[in-house]
Design a protein around this ligand. Structure first.
Ligand code: GLU
Length: 405
């Protein structure tokens, strides 16, 4: 009996979730593992948001809601877009799903036909290519370079476009690199996307986690013409430390929303009603909690970049947003110790070999860069306490020292 559907043959399990699960299993066995794995803020969900959820339970808001979300949460999302992005949406432009990931999944399921191409600048978030493949589309990866701030250039974009190109994925600040596009950069790409009649999926999930005065722009904020062809995916997980509540939201053309409604209605129905009430409070309540978390991330960002760059063979850029660093470690691949590891292993991805050795022997969980399309780097999430960061980086330094000796 064949237990696996054909469509799964092209799809991998999420590496970010797999590494975090492995790290948690080791922790449960009593190991003192430092988890730089999944991007999950270490802060508790702010009290006013938790209070709104408790009040919703007490009011008996424990039943089904409309598939695409409650009217009051949609109104809070409308308020958010007006306040933060100067964008006007109506309820018919919005969908609420179980996390940003489900928004992106529903979007591609609703828009792609077999063989449609989706341009994805690489390094990319792990799930983009796989979601495109599940939706029978073809991911077209375009490699960007650290020295160009990991940005796809207008020339690279033009080259990647074919008559089959349907969607371009825009993610600023980026997971995993933390790099962001300025308004001018966004405009230069969008000019081409308009000309070639290509849709944009703008993943704005790290919109609020930005540093050094970076100004956030998504394509929809540039012009009405671009707003028409942009679908925005966002969520409350990162900015409000609400990963487990699973609330994401999408904004775009009512026709796309209607089709996403059908997909969600035939799969998961509405996102958790209690979480929706919590998200409503997050989006329209006091926003001061974000600033406090971002300022803590900022301190950690500077310290982690500084200490990683002190390790021989490691080169790490300062991210402009999100809470990840994407240090290049290919300098370490040339060490005697790593060569020896390679010769004993069947692993073809060097960053995976690096990360498995790091976890098995030094109790540090990190995500291999190969999961994001670049085998010369690893991704570390610094959304954990400073003590853990210091301990983890010291262990990486020790591993590199051992590989050098
Ligand atoms: N988006 C986060 C990450 O990249 C959470 C895990 C996931 O969904 O991939 O680590």
């Amino acid at each position: 009996m064949l237990l696996q559907a054909k469509r799964l043959s092209l799809v991998e399990p999420s590496p970010t979730l797999a590494i975090t699960a492995k790290a948690n299993a080791l922790k449960a066995e009593g190991k003192d593992v430092v988890g730089f794995g999944a991007g999950e803020p270490d802060f508790d969900t702010p009290d006013h948001i938790k209070a709104a959820a408790k009040a919703a339970i007490d009011r008996g808001m424990t039943k089904y809601t409309p598939v695409t979300g409650t009217a009051t949460l949609k109104d809070a999302i409308i308020t958010k877009f007006e306040r933060d992005n100067k964008l006007k949406y109506e309820r018919k432009n919005l969908i609420v799903s179980a996390g940003g990931k489900q928004v992106i999944y529903n979007f591609f399921m609703a828009t792609l036909n077999p063989g449609d191409e989706v341009i994805i600048p690489s390094p990319y978030w792990v799930s983009y290519p796989d979601i495109v493949k599940i939706s029978e589309g073809i991911p077209v990866l375009v490699q960007t370079k650290a020295e160009n701030n990991f940005q796809i250039s207008p020339e690279q974009l033009k080259k990647a476009i074919t008559p089959k190109t349907k969607v371009f994925i825009f993610n600023s600040p980026s997971n995993p690199t933390g790099a962001g596009y300025s308004r001018k950069d966004v405009e230069a790409l969008c000019e081409i996307l308009i000309k070639e009649n290509i849709m944009i999926l703008s993943d704005d999930i790290y919109e609020k986690i930005i540093y050094d005065g970076f100004e956030f722009y998504n394509p929809a904020m540039i012009s009405n013409e671009l707003k028409e062809r942009t679908f925005i995916a966002n969520c409350v997980s990162k900015a409000y430390s609400m990963t487990g509540w699973r609330i994401g939201y999408g904004a775009g053309h009512p026709e796309i929303i209607k089709n996403m409604d059908t997909i969600q209605g035939q799969s998961t129905s509405n996102a958790s009603s209690i979480s929706q009430y919590a998200a409503e409070e997050a989006l329209k309540g006091d926003q001061a909690c974000i600033g406090k978390m971002v300022s803590a991330f900022d301190d950690r960002r500077k310290k982690i970049v500084e200490s990683l760059n002190k390790i021989p063979g490691v080169a790490c850029r300062m991210p402009q947003g999100a809470f990840y660093v994407f240090p290049y470690i290919d300098g370490i691949y040339k060490t005697k110790g790593f060569e020896a590891l390679k010769s004993k292993s069947k692993e073809t991805s060097l960053s995976s070999l690096f990360c498995s050795h790091l976890l098995e022997k030094y109790d540090v969980a990190a995500v291999p860069g190969s999961a994001f399309g670049d085998d010369n780097a690893i991704r570390l999430s610094y959304a954990l306490g400073q003590e853990g960061i210091d301990k983890g980086v010291a262990r990486i330094a020790k591993m590199v020292q051992d590989l050098n000796s």
